[in-house]
Design a protein around this ligand. Sequence first.
Ligand code: ARG
Length: 420
Amino acid sequence: MTTALWSGRLPGGLDPEVQAFTASLAVDRRLLPYDLRATAAHVRMLAAQGILDAELAIRITAALEDVAVGADASDEDVHSAIERELGELGRWVHAGRSRNDQVQTTMRLWVKDACDGLAAGIRALARALLDRAERDGTAVLPGYTHGQRAQPVWLGQHLAAHVWALARDIDRLRAVHRRADACPSGAGALAGSSLPLDPAAVASELGFATVHENTIDAVADRDYCVELVFACAMAFSHLSRIAEELVLWTSAEYGFAELDDAAATGSSMMPQKKNPDAAELVRGRAGTAAGRLAGLLATLKGLPLAYNRDLQEDKRAAFDAADDLDGALRALTVCVRGLTFHPERMAAAAGDGWSVATDVAEAMVRAGVPFREAHSAVAGRVAAGERFASPAPAEAAAARQPPDALALQLSRARAAVDDG
Ligand code: ARG
């Protein structure tokens, strides 16, 4: 077992079972490149402040460039591994800092990158939907309420509805990035340090927008992790609605669309099957994403200030949330890009003679009939089994959203996605 950073106080050594349970290296080793940057910034600051010999600082930052943590490492966490990997030089780097502010600095760097990466993934899915909306958007299908055919709408309008939800997800991730963008370095264990540190220099070298205001809050705050997990859960909820429609629309019952072979799976027993497994798993994993948010909130609730080891759980939640969403975005984008729409099946569903009932009533309103009276008259005709031949579904859709309004809608959605 590797010697712990704190072994001077507890020479008895840790039981291997406790070590295995409390260690986080398996989870937090992905923070290595971020921690190396943060450690180099800290070392340079120590030198600039006269706390560390300048020549020594140069040797340490050079050594940091070569630090790698092997698969067989048994350190408590990535921070301990870096200090051990530095060997003799490692004895100098922890002046004026604690793993409590170190892990926060590193994690905030990771979260900012994760927000940007996920936003790019969401943008790719939104663009795939918009490409399809521009190509196939003038097909008419019934819009649904309560799962029942409601009114004819353009396919483009329907697809753009998903895009607006995704645009909000991009905006949300940008907000998470902004709130993660305060540097906790210098907060130490919880109370700062008596050494003449320069937290602003570290923050600026690492590209943070601001420095923490309060050392205790700096090590205790995990809002930005919760917010990332929430942003992922919310996006997942949107993805699951798209996925659910793919499942429905590609069924024989709807027949509105067909998945490309590259986005579907077969059955080991039933030769005819073409299954939307990827969409179903997006839908399923959205449930896990929501549970993860509840789990992290429960972990944080009631924790006394400042650092408690419970906070280590933030990483698993954040990493899994981001990884799952990233995978779902990639798979769903493939599904959307490869879809074949069947406009004739959509038109047949929209042309059932009832989805235009509201339009028939509104024609009566235009002729001077009070709406309630028109509603009642048309309802009576529906109850008697009448199907309305006019207006045609496309005519009804165009009366509510003329083609130029649809085109404007799509270009506004694209601008929202591009700006986000
Ligand atoms: N692995 C720990 C975490 O992620 C790092 C901080 C540990 N600090 C401590 N005082 N034990 O939270």
